[in-house]
Design a protein around this ligand. Structure first.
Ligand SMILES: [Cu+2]
Length: 305
C-alpha cells in the first residue's frame, strides 16, 4: 500500500527537466507558472508496509504475503513476549519496493502469536545486525509490523484437503493426454488408481495441437566462499525451476529478488527452492548472509529465454 505522490506541479517539473537540453518543441510550451517553487522533482514516496496472514508453520517457514520498503530491508520474525515483540527467531532480506509471497526461516520454539517487523539494513549491507538494523518506523514513529497467529494443523485441515484435491487435478490434467482412458494411462497406473484420484471423466479425443508442456528444470548448486557453482543458470520462460543449493563451507544465503526467492543455506544441508520463471530476462542472485570478505561479490545469473 504505497502511493506515488506525483503532484501536478512535480509532473510539470519533470516534463521541464525532460525537455531541458534537447531541441524539442512541444515541452517548451509547458506552462511554468505553477512550478515556480519546485526546484527538484521529488522521488515517489514509498510507504513501508508488511502483510502476513495467520498460518500453519511447517518446516520452519513463515509465509509473508507482501512487504513494501523504500530500500533494501529485513523482514524479521519476533516471538510475542508479554504481548510485545520479543526475541528474534529469523529474518530475511528484501529488496526495495514490493516483494510478494516469500518465506522467512525461523528457528526454535514458537509462541502462539508472532510478529513480522521491517528492519533497516544499515551497517554491513546484507548482514543482519540487531544492534544497528533497527525497526523501520512509520510516520507515527512506530515500527512497521504485523502480529499473526500460529495455527495448529487441525485448524487448517479442511483447507489443506481442498488444496490437495486441486493439486491432484492439475497434475492429472498435465500427465494424462486427452485420449480414451485405456490408452492414456501412465505406465504402471491402473484404472482403479486413476479413479481413486477423482479424475474428471475422460474427454473425447480432440484433434488438438500438442501444447508444449511446461517443464521442471532442476539444478544442483554449491555455495562456498565466494561463489555459486554453477554461477549461471539458463531456463525457458514458463519453466518451473528447482534449485537444490548446498553451502559447503559456512552459512550462506540465496537471494533472487526478481522471483522473491530467498533461503538461508546452513553448511552441508541442501536446500531446495522452487519458482516459476514467468518472465524473460537476465536476473542476478546473490548471497544474502554475510560470509566474509568476498560476500558482496558472491553472485550469479539467471537467464530466462
Ligand atoms: Cu555471503
Amino acid at each position: 500500500m504505497f502511493k506515488h505522490f506525483l503532484t501536478l506541479s512535480t509532473l510539470g517539473g519533470l516534463l521541464l527537466l525532460a525537455g531541458a537540453g534537447c531541441p524539442s518543441k512541444t515541452e517548451v510550451s509547458v506552462d511554468t507558472s505553477t512550478e515556480a517553487t519546485v526546484n527538484t522533482p521529488t522521488t515517489p514516496t514509498i510507504t513501508p508496509a508488511i502483510a502476513v496472514s495467520d498460518q500453519v508453520i511447517s518446516a520452519n517457514q513463515v509465509m509473508i504475503n507482501k512487504s513494501t520498503t523504500a530500500a533494501t530491508s529485513w523482514v524479521v520474525i519476533h516471538l510475542v513476549e508479554n504481548g510485545n515483540p520479543g526475541k528474534i527467531i529469523g529474518q530475511t532480506q528484501v529488496s526495495a519496493g514490493d516483494n510478494e509471497k516469500f518465506t522467512v526461516s525461523v528457528a526454535g520454539k514458537l509462541t502462539a502469536e508472532l510478529v513480522a517487523m521491517l528492519h533497516v539494513d544499515v551497517g554491513q549491507a546484507g548482514a543482519f545486525e540487531p544492534a544497528v538494523d533497527m525497526p523501520v518506523t512509520g510516520a507515527d514513529g512506530l515500527p512497521i509490523m504485523v502480529k499473526f497467529k500460529v495455527l495448529t494443523k487441525a485448524a487448517a485441515t479442511s483447507e489443506a484437503k481442498m488444496e490437495a484435491n486441486v493439486d491432484v487435478k492439475v497434475d492429472a490434467d498435465v500427465k494424462v493426454p486427452s485420449k480414451p482412458l485405456s490408452q492414456g494411462l501412465p505406465a504402471g497406473v491402473t484404472g482403479a488408481e486413476i479413479n481413486a484420484l477423482n479424475l474428471p471423466a475422460p474427454k473425447p479425443a480432440e484433434p488438438t495441437q500438442p501444447v508444449p508442456e511446461p517443464s521442471v528444470k532442476s539444478f544442483s548448486l554449491t555455495a562456498k566462499n565466494w561463489e555459486f557453482v554453477p554461477s549461471t543458470i539458463t531456463v525457458n520462460k514458463g519453466d518451473t525451476v528447482k534449485l537444490t543449493i548446498t553451502a559447503t563451507d559456512v552459512t550462506h544465503g540465496f537471494f533472487l529478488a526478481d522471483f522473491n526467492v530467498s533461503a538461508t543455506l546452513e553448511p552441508n544441508q541442501p536446500k531446495t527452492v522452487q519458482f516459476v520463471a514467468d518472465k524473460t530476462g537476465t536476473f542476478s542472485f546473490r548471497c544474502s548472509v554475510f560470509c566474509g570478505d568476498g560476500h558482496s561479490g558472491m553472485r550469479g545469473t539467471l537467464i530466462v529465454k
